[in-house]
Write a new protein. Sequence first.
Length: 125
Amino acid sequence: MAVLWQHFEDQGWERLAAGDKWEEHGLVFSSVVGKALDATNVRRAFRQALKDVERINADEWTPRELRHGFVSLLSDRGVPLEEISRLVGHSGTAVTEEAYRKQIRPVIQTGAMVMDGIFGRGPER
């Protein structure tokens, strides 16, 4: 809640800075002149937020990487595909499987166990 109040206050300063250019649309998240955000606005702000992060080239990142990372982390922790689909807003698992097939943890546990054995973490050591 504190973050939203801070955002509201910051937006008040943006309203003042924009002066007559401000367009009130009642948006929580808007451009610096009150308009609805579009993909270009979001990418620009995202890259601006990343610009000082070490070892990251902000020009190579988009907000979509956060979504892919989210799916990868959930999958790595064993969250069922159905739950991941629901969390990313898909109505079923087919879209999730297609869009994130590289991030989804393999479902064949036998293969994972063999790999653990190869790298010295499993019973086959």
